[in-house]
Structure formats: C-alpha cells, structure tokens
Write a protein that binds this ligand. Structure first.
Ligand code: ZN
Length: 774
C-alpha cells in the first residue's frame, strides 16, 4: 500500500479542483457538455422544444380493405386492396408513395446487388444456396386503379411505387384507390426473410408467417416529406396508422393467427373451439383452443376446400398473419388497465414441450410489464407464433423461434433464448408499433428502447435472468473494441457496423445507465413513461426522445446523448492517487514529534546508510569545536515559550475554530482521471480500516471544464484503506485495472485447450437424463 502522509498546512483549503488540460487556441467549442443545439432540429409548431408534439402536429392515415388468397399448393399470395389515404398534412400532394417491400426479393433487387461477399470467407451450403438463389419473390402488380376502376398512372422504382394522382390531393382531403397483385412466397429456411414459409418434410405441410404481403403506404410527415428511402433489407419500416379490414382465404383445415380481431368466428371455428376461446378469456393460465392431438390429426390430410378468415384491426401501422394446418393454439386473458387482453400462441407440435409451457405466459408477462413502464397495452390481442430461427414483430402478432430436440429436451440457451425473443418481439408492439418511430432511418429508436424494456421485463420474469443485453458490464467488450468497426448510435440503419451491439445493446445499456447511475430510477421512469405517453400512436424522432427525457426530469443530458449517441467514445475512469492529510494542531508538543518522524523517514536514503559505515568520523564528530547550537538542537525542538504562545493563540479562538483545530479528521485528496473520452458520474466505494464502507456519487458535470484529471478532497474520522471506482459495474467502465487504490491487478480468465474442453454436443437436460439412466 502506498500511503503518503502529509500534514495539512492550514484549514483554508478543503476542496479544490486542479485544471490540468492546457487551454488550447480553439476556433470551435468542442466541450463535451456543449448543448446539442447544432445536432438537433429547430423546434417548430409540429415538434416542440420540450420534446412533445406541437400544437400543429399532424400525421397521415391509411385505411385498408384487403382480400388475399394463399395458394398452399404453389406457395403464392394473390390479393387486392382498397386504400383510403387521409391527407392530414397542411400540404397539397401531387403523388403518393406506396412501398413494395417484396421487391427486395425481385430478380433485379438492389439489395442483392449491393451485398458484399468474398470467396475467402468460409461458406456453408446454406450460405452458397442463398448467394446463388434466383428466386423471383417480387410483387407482380396487376393493376392500380381509381376507386371507379380507371387506370391510375404509377411508376415503380424498385421497392417504391409512385401513384400519380389525377388531381392534387388537397390538405384535409382523402383519396381512395385500388391495387391488385400477387407474389411467390419465399422459403424462409432456404433464403431467409422476415416473412415466408417453412416446409415440414415429415408430414409434408407448410407453416406460413406472412408479412409485408400487401403494398403499404409510405409515411409523409414534417420530418422527411415522403419517407421513400429504398428498402434494402436492414432498415426496416416506416408506416402510417390506419384501420384494417382483412379477409384471408386459406385451406379450410388451416388455423389462422392474425393482427386484429376475428370477425367471423362462427364460419371458421368449431363450437368447441369457440367455447374454449371464451374459457381462455377468463383464465389466468393458458387454455388450449386447438390441442396437440387435434393438430396432429389435422396435419395428416390436406383439403382442397378453403375458408375465409375475416379480421379487423383499428389504429395499427401494419398487418401480418400466420397460417398452417399444423397449429396448436392456446390463449389466456390478461388484465391491462381494466381491459381483458387475449395473450395467445400458435405453434406446431415441434415447438413442444417448450411452447405450451412458456409462450403464452411470456406474452402475458410482457404485455403487463411493458404497460407499467410505458402505456397500457391498447390492443385486444397479443400473439406469439412459433417460427423457426427468427424473431420478427408486427402489430399484435410476432414470429418467434424455439424448437426443442426431438426427444423433448432443450438446452438452457434455447429456453432463455426463446423466452427472450418472445418478450422482445411482443415488446415491439410498444416500440415501434405504437410509439411509431421511423425504422428505415433509426434502428435504435425501436430496437434499443425495446431491448431496454425487454431487460426490465426479463428481470421480473426470473431473478438474475440471463439477459443478453442491458447490464452496463455486458457492453464493455464492444465499447473497448476496434473503433474502426464502430459507428455512433445516430447512424442510419443501413450503415451500422456491429448491428446487434450498436442498435440493440448500446442504447439499451445507455438507458440502464441513465436509470441506475445518472438520473436515478424515479426521475428516469417518469420521463421515459412521459415519452411513451406523448408519442403513443404518433411518429417520434430522436430529438423528441432526447428532449422529453430532459424536459420531464430537469436533468441536462446533452452531454450524455452527445457521448453515447453521437460518438463511439467509451467510459474509463481511473483513480490515480490518494494523498492523506491531517490538520496541523499548531501545538508544538503534538505537531513537532510527528514532523520529526516524517523527516526521519528520509534518513533511509541509501547513501546515508552506506556513509554511516564508510565515513568513520565526520569533522563535527572529530572536532567538537565545530559543533554549535544547531548541532545540538533540530528544527523540531521547542521551548516552554512556544507552548505558551500556542496556548495564547488557542485562547483567542472561538469554540467553533477550536473544535476545527482539535479535529482528528483524516483528509484525503484523490485524483480521478477520465481515461476514456466519455464523461460519466464518478461512482466510488471507500473502504475503511474498521471494515466499514461508504459509496459516493459525483455527477458527470465534474468533467464539465474539459479536464482530464480532477481532484477532490474527502474527510473522515476513520482511516481510509481503499478506493474502488464503479464497484457495482454500473458505468460500462472498460478497464477495471485502473479502478483501484491501492492499485490492484484484475485476473482475466483465459481458455486453455478451447476445442478439446468444449465438447459435449448434448444439452444439460440430456446429460442429466443420461446420468440418471446409468
Ligand atoms: Zn427487435
């Protein structure tokens, strides 16, 4: 332990900060605490400086009447739709933009052309198949017509179609038009996709999870004008709200799960199923509406008959459905804000036993927990559909992975992965389905915010739930990684490096740090909920989020948004040095012996020790005549007169001054350094000689002057023996080796014989069962 002992020369200086950064000639203010005036758009009548919608905020609306038919023999969708578009903007529109997302799978798709591939990379059979696939999955638009059946001029530009209106659509008016189309459904297992089919060889059946299946209106607003940036595959969707009336025709033995509420249950469900559904509504645990036995019976033979399922959905930004004759279906009710929401799951027998055990319960838990942190779940149903490998979200319905082994066992990783994906995708109902951000532009606004509430939800599912993202310490490896492979969070979706860490992990972590370390839970939760309330069923932008979080909390967070969202900087705070001071009493009887002792320490100097032996006698030793008063006394000797003077001095002090002089306080001057560039509050734990501990929290503004090093003085009656920066792993500090005083080395674990040690291909359930059978 390096414990330097100093005496404090006076009582005047108790706290001070040393400016270590040299003031450079600066032409531009690069202070980390500079307000975000230049980065954020100027507030206006649509979006206020407080982060709330402005008094002239508007948004467009698109209502749909859709009829689609699924051809189970050829895996195609054929459909027609009537779109009623409401121009609520103050602008007159000459044309409308419609999104043709399936054209990402057209033969001439731009996303195929811009995909990079190197033959030096290892390629799997699947990878090679995907690279060489020539599947034609684009929309075939067979007609675009006015409401009266006249041809409408239109131009297709890859994934966008411009409808040239016969007359300008004036502000406050609506326009109704029709589109007919068809497309080939992609084999999701071979060429991937958010939507598509999975084929089950064993019983030769298909399971369809269908989305982006109809031409969808683009968003027109005060931020982008028309958001008609091409769909390249990664930056997801920007969609207006509207009401949907959808009729889905499928083989008569299929079970359909969908966005919205079923309107014709008498036509498509048996009375037994309808009774079970009503029973499920009142039940707090899942009730089977189609059992596994019934599903197995159902999948044995097909049919040439069809049935049409009719759904309606209000105020949604999109619509998706799943259909298969393999579906088991269960449901339960959940109370949210006085309403009974139906939590439901659809899955093939291949999903069991995991799905019957967890899916619907995870849906119900997610709906409840998110409602607490954001707004009450406003839709009547929330559905989870078993869909191999992926997780993908739509309003009221999502497609989630999770398939156990054929023997019914499953790994721990699969179990938690499945619960997490269900929480995550159901959670997307809130971000971005209700708090309707522009995914084409900003992935973090839905994925990051959603991953954050996902973390909160997981931790309420099971104590110490193995959440993949959210805790500060889990982002450390990414944050300290190669900066040339990092982009700021505020980067367009298509240009993000390390997608998962950047758009999911880092923003989710940033929010946890705000909540636990910078703002505290009370201020954070209120502000976060305010953002959700303000922007529910609206289109928020990053600035609306940044501003609301400050507006509702009175915490200046510009430095935080700047560092975490606009740069790739990381956190690393070090404690460099701790100096110990005691107050000089002024009493020579006390102070002088201490000072002498400290001086004596210098006598350890190596030459002194050697000279003691090598120099037999010095002059003053040999010739006593050379010794005078100063050889007989030292500067620490004092006389009774010195003591008298001290007594006179103390007599002149008042009681308060006397007490301060008498204090036996220990003063510690600590130097902290911002090694990483990202400012963060200094959170530190002090350990004392008597075994007690104390935690301190210094706001990030300690770094506001641009100092790289700051000093603070702390005082205690107890003697300090240790300091640890970020003891509870809350700041994403990337290097903990410099977090300790006295210095400490943190052992890292390294893996030996990586390949040989990892071996068992069996999951823990299988290994335990095997051991039991022996
Ligand atoms: Zn997501």
């Amino acid at each position: 332990m390096r414990n330097t002992f100093y005496t404090l020369l006076g009582l005047l200086v108790l706290t001070f900060s040393v400016r270590t950064a040299t003031a450079q000639y600066e032409t531009y203010n690069n202070n980390k605490f500079k307000q975000l005036k230049e980065e954020l758009p100027t507030p206006n009548v649509y979006r206020t400086a407080s982060g709330a919608p402005g008094h002239e905020y508007y948004q467009q609306q698109a209502d749909y009447e859709i009829e689609v038919t699924l051809d189970d023999d050829n895996q195609t969708i054929t459909g027609k739709e009537t779109i009623t578009y409401y121009n609520n903007s103050p602008d007159d529109l000459k044309y409308l933009w419609v999104q043709l997302d399936q054209n990402v799978r057209a033969r001439d798709s731009q996303s195929k052309k811009i995909r990079q591939r190197s033959m030096n990379e290892k390629m799997s059979f699947g990878g090679m198949k995907r690279m060489m696939n020539d599947f034609d999955g684009g929309f075939k638009i067979s007609s675009v017509k006015t409401n009266r059946g006249a041809k409408l001029d239109h131009t297709i530009n890859y994934t966008m179609m411009r409808i040239d209106l016969p007359e300008t659509l004036e502000s406050g008016h609506t326009y109704t038009f029709q589109i007919e189309w068809n497309y080939n459904i992609n084999n999701r297992m071979e060429i991937g996709g958010r939507s598509g089919y999975e084929y089950f060889k064993k019983d030769s059946n298909y399971l369809y999870t269908i989305a982006q299946f109809y031409p969808r209106m683009a968003v027109y607003n005060d931020v982008e004008g028309w958001q008609n940036k091409q769909f390249l595959g990664r930056g997801e969707f920007a969609l207006p709200f509207g009401d949907y009336d959808v009729k889905i025709t499928v083989p008569a033995d299929h079970i359909v799960g969908s966005t919205g509420v079923l309107q014709n249950d008498r036509d498509v469900l048996t009375s037994k199923q309808r009774n079970r559904f009503e029973e499920a509504r009142e039940s707090d645990s899942p009730v089977l509406i189609v059992t596994e036995e019934e599903a197995i019976e159902n999948e044995k033979e097909g049919t040439s008959k069809t049935k049409t399922w009719h759904f309606e959905a209000e105020n949604v930004r999109d619509f998706a459905f799943a259909t298969s004759r393999k579906f088991i279906w269960d449901a339960q009710g959940v109370d949210v804000g006085g309403e009974r929401v139906m939590a439901m799951s659809y899955y093939p027998k291949e999903g069991n036993p995991l799905w019957e055990r967890y899916s619907t319960k995870a849906v119900a838990h997610t709906v409840k927990t998110y409602s607490k942190y954001t707004i009450d779940y406003p839709y009547p149903v929330a559905i989870s559909v078993n869909s191999k490998r992926i997780g993908m979200e739509y309003p009221m319905i999502c497609f989630n992975y999770g398939r156990p082994e054929e023997d019914g066992t499953y790994s721990e990783r699969l179990k938690y992965g499945m619960i997490s994906v269900i929480v995550h995708e159901v959670g997307h109902n809130f971000f971005p389905m209700i708090i309707n951000s522009d995914e084409r532009q900003w992935t973090w606004m839905d994925e990051g915010l959603n991953s954050f509430v996902q973390y909160l939800t997981e931790q309420e599912w099971e104590r110490n739930y193995p959440s993949r993202r959210g805790p500060a310490y889990k982002i450390v490896n990414y944050m300290k990684g190669d900066k040339s492979y990092q982009t700021p969070i505020m980067t367009n979706s298509e240009s993000i490096f390390q997608f998962g860490n950047n758009a999911y992990g880092k923003p989710a972590t940033a929010l946890n740090i705000l909540r636990e370390t910078v703002m505290g839970r009370e201020l954070f939760d209120y502000a976060f909920k305010t953002y959700a309330e303000r922007w529910a069923f609206k289109h928020p932008t990053p600035a609306d989020f940044f501003r609301t979080m400050e507006d509702a909390s009175a915490v200046d967070l510009d430095w935080f948004w700047r560092g975490w969202f606009y740069t790739t900087a990381h956190v690393d705070i070090a404690v460099n040095d701790v100096k110990w001071y005691k107050v000089e009493t002024g009493d020579p009887r006390i102070d002088n012996p201490i000072a002498r002792k400290m001086d004596d320490a210098d006598k350890k100097y190596i030459a002194n020790q050697r000279n003691a032996k090598s120099v037999e006698k010095t002059i003053t030793e040999k010739d006593t005549a050379t010794a005078d008063f100063y050889n007989r006394t030292d500067e620490y000797d004092y006389t009774s007169l010195d003591v008298e003077r001290f007594k006179e001095y103390t007599a002149s002090l008042n009681e308060e001054e006397k007490a301060m002089l008498d204090t036996n306080m220990n003063f510690y001057e600590m130097e902290f350094e911002l090694v990483g560039e990202l400012p963060m509050p200094i959170v530190a734990e002090f350990s004392f000689l008597d075994g007690s501990k104390e935690k301190i929290h210094i706001p990030a503004e300690i770094w506001r002057m641009g100092d790289e090093k700051v000093s603070k003085v702390f005082w205690f009656e107890k003697q300090l023996v240790g300091v640890e920066v970020d003891p509870n792993l809350e700041t994403a500090d990337v290097d903990r080796n410099n977090n300790y005083w006295p210095a400490r080395n943190i052992p890292s674990r390294f893996e030996l014989f990586k390949k040989q040690q990892r071996g068992s291909p069996k999951n823990r359930m299988q290994r335990f069962q095997e051991a039991e059978e022996r």
